[in-house]
Design a protein around this ligand. Structure first.
Ligand SMILES: Cc1cc2nc3c(=O)[nH]c(=O)nc-3n(C[C@H](O)[C@H](O)[C@H](O)COP(=O)(O)OP(=O)(O)OC[C@H]3O[C@@H](n4cnc5c(N)ncnc54)[C@H](O)[C@@H]3O)c2cc1C
Length: 566
């Protein structure tokens, strides 16, 4: 991560800059009970290697079931991509990675309150307006929680497109329970997506739609360029919008029409802080600064881990890893994995990477609208559909694109003022730029400041109030910095690797190993490398718990007090 740069004037001693990003993590660690005690001689049922939100969710179910669990995290604080830290100035709580917690709203853990995290401090805020997109010609589209109000925004450009938005929302609502059912179940547990779609009157059409590209669907349903760009703003690249099998992303905006873009009050990290408190309240042990160096394998079974500091932690039932598979395979002798697993790891591909700049400011980004100005928590810049379409080609050629780059702008303090000192704001500016550069990824350290300033100046064309004097400090996270910050962000991949057809469904992480059980007996894997992939869904975590509890002779239904459905 870059050093903190002070851009404007720091107006009060209370806003003194923090020396290094890790101090932000330490400030968070002091606020929460995240470092327990355990001797290396202690025995556990389960050792959890790495503490991201997924492995913590799995751990929460395991401790609820009564198992003795220890979590070992390499960083000073738990949470991985779901963390909040004061990494610019004191009192400014920045989401170090994720901000929007959309998909996890449909996870039975939250939806059915299987793990009661509200008792441990988790509370969601639902921004309204949800999302705003300004255009260079001075026009704009705002998404509101109210469907009619959002449709009226599209109708300014095309009545047909407004009708398409309303129709597609209803169509997606009718089918989304089927997508959710397969997302929150391990592969092979319950009906497949196609079996479920066969029960839907338009199931065959949905099979086609999911196989199409996002762009094909948007182009077929929307005629106006503003409306098309708006529809491309929400699925902004997890996968390039022209890739096959990205069709469901064209409906991504409807999930936020239903849920808004929920953010935990106090910061994204409040989710993992609540999980940490839950785990410890149920007898789990959490140890930080415990980077894991190798797996302990005895009699061909994984029975624990050894840390870089020489400490070792052993378990009677299982090791659950969320270490990236590219690193995991080096932690045990190669022959134990089997050639098909090694082949799967060797061919694993990175994804379209993010480039992030975090600002501490005295104002939120404001955009001119008919009524005056709007100060949304979420906005996006896709000047024209071409700007999103070219992302795939730029990445294929390792080109840094600074010509009207697609950007997402998060100013969570507009919806949740608890995240900054009174009247102040945090802004997260997200672009998409390749990790691989012609000069090598290290070249990011040379160019990142220039890239950051170009992105900011582009944003200022739409939000002119963000002048230098409003910006108190900035921290830049290049794709290389994102990998340095969390080894699970392999090659800057914020979702651990491409969510392409080759690395999705039963192919994640690879064919034959999609059920969280790894080739070495006693070893399980969860997190973004596993089905259904990255983002804050908690699905790999809950799904891994489903499989582990079954293997331990119980079931998640028994643990949460639900009767198992036939
Ligand atoms: C900049 C950015 C913005 C994002 N924005 C969003 C968003 O708004 N919404 C959304 O849904 N998703 C977003 N994401 C993606 C999301 O944050 C991740 O996909 C998700 O957090 C991954 O969770 P996980 O549990 O799989 O693993 P991680 O959160 O990556 O956790 C893995 C943990 O394992 C630890 N670890 C790894 N190796 C070792 C080792 N050897 N020893 C010990 N510990 C180890 C790591 O330190 C880490 O704590 C964003 C990601 C980034 C980087």
């Amino acid at each position: 991560m870059s050093k903190i740069t002070r851009r404007g004037f720091v107006k009060s001693a209370a806003l003194a800059p923090l020396a290094l990003s890790s101090i932000g993590e330490m400030a968070q660690a002091q606020a929460t009970p995240q470092a327990g005690h355990a001797g290396t001689g202690d025995r556990f049922d389960v050792v959890v290697a790495g503490a991201g939100h997924n492995s913590m969710i799995a751990a929460a179910y395991l401790v609820k079931a009564g198992y003795k669990v220890v979590l070992l995290e390499g960083r000073p604080t738990v949470g991985g991509g779901v963390k909040t830290a004061q990494f610019t100035l004191r009192g400014f709580k920045h989401d170090t990675c994720s901000t929007a917690h959309n998909s996890i709203q449909d996870n039975p853990m939250l939806r059915d309150n299987e793990i009661n995290l509200s008792e441990y401090g988790l509370e969601y805020v639902y921004p309204d307006p949800v999302y705003h997109m300004p255009f260079a010609d001075g026009t704009y589209i705002t998404q509101w929680r109210d469907l009619d109000r959002t449709c009226a925004e599209l109708a300014k450009f095309s009545k047909k497109d407004a009708a398409a938005y309303r129709r597609m929302y209803a169509e997606y609502e009718s089918v989304s329970p089927m997508f959710e059912a397969v997302t929150f179940a391990p592969i092979g547990f319950g009906k497949s997506l196609n079996e479920r779609l066969a029960e839907h009157p338009k199931g065959k059409l949905w099979q086609r739609l999911t196989a199409m590209s996002c762009w094909e669907i948007i182009r077929a349903n929307f005629e106006d360029e503003h409306c098309r760009a708006f529809m491309m703003g929400c699925p902004l690249p997890v996968q390039p919008v022209i890739n096959p099998m990205t069709g469901r992303s064209a409906y991504g905006i409807f999930a936020q029409q239903r849920h808004s873009r929920p953010i935990p009050k106090g910061g994204s990290g409040m989710l993992t802080e609540a999980l940490a408190k839950y785990i410890e309240a149920h007898g789990g042990v959490i140890l930080t600064n415990k980077a894991i160096a190798r797996l302990i394998v005895e009699n061909a079974r994984c029975v624990g881990v050894e840390c870089v500091d020489g400490s070792a932690y052993r378990c009677d039932k299982a090791v659950l890893s969320t270490i990236h598979i590219k690193h995991l395979v080096d932690m045990a002798p190669r022959e134990l994995w089997g050639q098909d697993f090694i082949d799967g790891v060797d061919t694993w591909q990175a994804e379209v990477q993010m480039f992030v700049v975090n600002y501490a400011t005295t104002e939120p980004p404001t955009y001119p609208v008919a009524e005056g100005v709007i100060k949304p928590a979420n906005s996006g810049l896709v000047a024209r559909p071409d700007c999103a379409l070219r992302v795939a080609y730029d990445f294929a050629r390792s080109v840094v694109n600074l010509e009207e780059p697609p950007l997402a702008v998060h100013c969570t303090t507009s919806a949740d003022p608890t995240r900054a000192p009174a009247g102040m704001h945090t802004i997260k500016l997200v672009g998409w730029q390749p990790y691989e550069l012609k000069e090598g990824p290290e070249h990011w350290d040379v160019i990142k400041k220039q890239v950051a300033d170009t992105c900011l100046n582009y944003l200022r064309r739409f939000s002119p109030n963000l002048t230098d004097d409003k910006i108190l400090a900035e921290v830049i996270q290049s794709p290389l910095d994102l990998e340095r910050m969390n080894p699970h962000n392999w090659h800057g991949s914020c979702h651990a690797g491409a969510q392409s057809p080759a690395q999705s469904g039963a192919l994640r992480p690879m064919a034959g190993w999609s059920q969280y059980r790894m080739p070495i007996p006693g070893l399980y894997q969860t997190g973004a490398c596993t089905y259904p992939g990255g983002s804050v869904t908690g699905a790999p975590g809950r799904n891994a718990a489903v499989v582990m509890l079954k293997d331990f002779g119980t079931s998640i239904e028994q643990v949460v007090g639900k009767t198992k459905k036939a």
